[in-house]
Design a protein around this ligand. Sequence first.
Ligand code: GRF
Length: 230
Amino acid sequence: MPASSDTSQILEKEPSEFIVPAIGAWPRFTPPLRIGIMASGSGSNLEALHKATTQGFLDASLRLLIVNNPNCRAKERAARLQIPWQLIDHRLHSTRESLDNALVSAFRAADVEAVVMAGWMRIVTPVLIDAYPGRLINLHPSLLPSFKGLDAVGQALTAGVKITGCSVHHVQADVDSGAVIAQAAIPVHANDDVETLAKRIQRQEHRLLPWATALAGMQWRREGHAEVQG
Ligand code: GRF
């Protein structure tokens, strides 16, 4: 126990990030994970996944990116990174189920074994969830179960929390509510606005998402073996 005058512990600078489970040894998969990705935005998390594979951390091949928005930057990144991509425009589908059916067909055609939602801004249905049971994961910019849904960063600022972050979780029918796989926490600074906080959360997303995909991959492959042996 430190003496009561010893303030070294409380004055010590807090680490600015905290990822749980901590990033450790990256698992190897034989063959590498066959991942599909869904994105609606700029695709920075797609690029983080790609970087983690090319640098030899995430043992996976990114088989197909699907975007729902013809103007999103994710497809430009995919083209630059030579990741196959496909546009499935949600406006051409009259129901969410019809959109999800198109997603499932495209992922099946690409022989995808699991799907990562990396900034997909549409609600998904059991059509997709049941096609990839336990194999559909989502990235959300809050420490779930806090601040589900839209504008999670703004919600955190409004609530006045001092710590926030991002989560990768399994997808189930209730939005942002499946079991958490991994989370990254960061402090909220007194002068943060939505833009500065979102930017710092995104830096953590780029570390968290590849790692959480690897963690989920261990589960997928264990289940795969059980199916084969069973
Ligand atoms: C991420 O911040 C994610 O949390 C949110 O959408 C953003 C996507 O960013 N749901 P990007 O398209 O990967 O750059």
